[in-house]
Design a protein around this ligand. Structure first.
Ligand SMILES: [Zn+2]
Length: 206
C-alpha cells in the first residue's frame, strides 16, 4: 500500500475500538493505535511511543482514579485551602497539603478530559530551569524562558512551570521551590542544581 493508502486507511483504536484515519490516531510502542479522543484522557506527560497497550491501559486507569480523587478532594475546597503559585498567567501550580498532592493548570491541561493529581512522594527531583537563546538575534545571550521543573518518577518528561520569558537574569519561582521543599521534607533540596540541569537538557531536546 502506498503513502496515500496508509493515510486514508482506517485502523481501530485499541482502547475504544473506534475506526480512525491516520490523522486521528497515534501509534503506541507496540504499533497498536490510540485515537485522539482517547488521548484526551491521558496525562500531558504521557508519551504514546514509550508505552505499549497494557501500559497505556494502566495509565488510563490511573488517570480515571486521579480524576475521581480530584472531584472528591479538591473541587470542594475553597481557594484558601489550596496554595496556588505561578506568575505567568496561564501556568499555575496548586498545592493541596491536606492530601499531600499537587496539580497544574497549563494551556495543555485545559485540553485534557481528566484532572491529574501528583503525589508529593512521587516527586523524584525538582529545581529551576533556564532555556538560553543562542544570542544570534540580539548579539547577547538572554534567557528565553525560566521557571521550575519537577520530575515525577512515573514520567520521562518533567513538569514545567514557566515563570518568566526573555530576561537577563533568572527570577521568581521561590515560592514554588519553597513549597516543594516543604512537601518533600527538604530531602531533594540538594538536587536542585542537578535537577534543573537535567530538566533543561531534556526540554531543549524536545
Ligand atoms: Zn479510542
Amino acid at each position: 500500500m502506498g503513502i496515500f493508502g496508509n493515510l486514508f486507511s482506517k485502523q481501530a483504536c485499541e482502547i475504544c475500538k473506534k475506526e480512525v484515519g491516520a490523522l486521528s490516531r497515534t501509534k503506541l510502542k507496540d504499533k497498536t493505535y490510540i485515537c485522539n479522543d482517547c488521548r484526551k484522557n491521558t496525562s500531558i506527560l504521557f508519551e504514546p511511543h514509550l508505552n505499549d497497550l497494557e501500559e497505556t491501559k494502566k495509565h488510563l486507569a490511573h488517570m480515571e482514579e486521579m480524576d475521581q480523587l480530584y472531584k472528591e478532594k479538591v473541587e470542594p475546597l475553597s481557594d484558601k485551602e489550596i496554595d496556588f503559585c505561578g506568575h505567568h498567567g496561564s501556568y499555575k501550580i496548586g498545592f493541596v497539603d491536606s492530601i499531600k498532592m499537587f496539580f497544574i493548570i497549563t494551556p495543555q491541561t485545559k485540553k485534557k478530559n481528566k484532572k491529574e493529581l501528583f503525589a508529593y512522594d512521587e516527586i523524584e527531583s525538582f529545581g529551576p530551569y533556564e532555556n538560553l537563546n543562542d544570542g544570534s538575534h540580539e548579539g547577547q545571550k538572554r534567557i528565553e524562558e525560566c521557571g521550575v521543573a519537577i520530575k515525577m518518577r512515573a514520567y520521562r518528561m518533567p513538569i514545567k512551570i514557566p515563570i518568566a520569558k526573555n530576561v537577563d537574569t533568572p527570577l521568581g519561582g521561590e515560592r514554588i521551590l519553597e513549597h516543594l521543599n516543604a512537601a518533600t521534607g527538604g530531602k531533594h533540596s540538594s538536587m536542585i542544581g542537578a535537577a534543573g540541569a537535567v530538566a533543561s537538557t531534556i526540554l531543549n531536546n524536545i
